[in-house]
Write a protein of this length. Structure first.
Length: 162
């Protein structure tokens, strides 16, 4: 069963089973949301956005046309996505340069991702990072501009608990 809060504005009918959409979220017609996603309050998902299964979109995240999000992805609070390499008021590109986030990746709070980049599988982007180029699979990046700090070992989910 899909849950849509009565104060959400959802136009898309392509929403997977078990997905929850909370108050003040806006999902435009043409967006595709997978199963078991959690779309938190105060989010915006434009048309031509595709989310895989089990994606968490925290408050303050706006996903613009052309964005592709894999499964098991975490998008932290106020992570900023962009899709226009040369933005100008009332001048639109023929095609937007969407961002691709591959399966299992995590984007921390307040990270900024520039148009047209790809975040590899299981990569982690640190809080406040400014990502200006592609991030390899399993890389942990942070800083401005974001730089690779290290790589997660195969089979690791990035947790450091004992």
């Amino acid at each position: 069963m899909v849950f849509i809060h009565k104060l959400a504005d959802v136009s898309s009918d392509e929403i997977g089973e078990g997905t929850r959409i909370w108050q003040f979220a806006i999902v435009l017609n043409g967006a595709v949301l997978g199963q078991d996603c959690n779309i938190c309050a105060h989010t915006f998902i434009e048309q031509d956005v595709v989310l895989g299964d089990r994606v968490t979109v925290k408050s303050g995240v706006f996903l613009w046309a052309g964005t592709r999000i894999g499964s098991d992805v975490f998008l932290g609070p106020n992570a900023t996505f962009t899709n226009d390499k040369f933005p100008r008021s009332k001048h639109y590109p023929e095609q937007f340069s969407g961002i691709v986030i591959e399966d299992g990746a995590s984007i921390s709070a307040n990270a900024t991702l520039l148009p047209g980049i790809r975040i590899g599988m299981h990569a982690m982007v640190g809080a406040g990072a400014v990502v200006t180029c592609d991030v390899p699979a399993r890389a942990i990046v942070a800083g401005n501009p974001a730089r690779v700090l290290r790589f997660l070992p195969d089979g690791s989910n990035g947790r450091t608990e004992s």
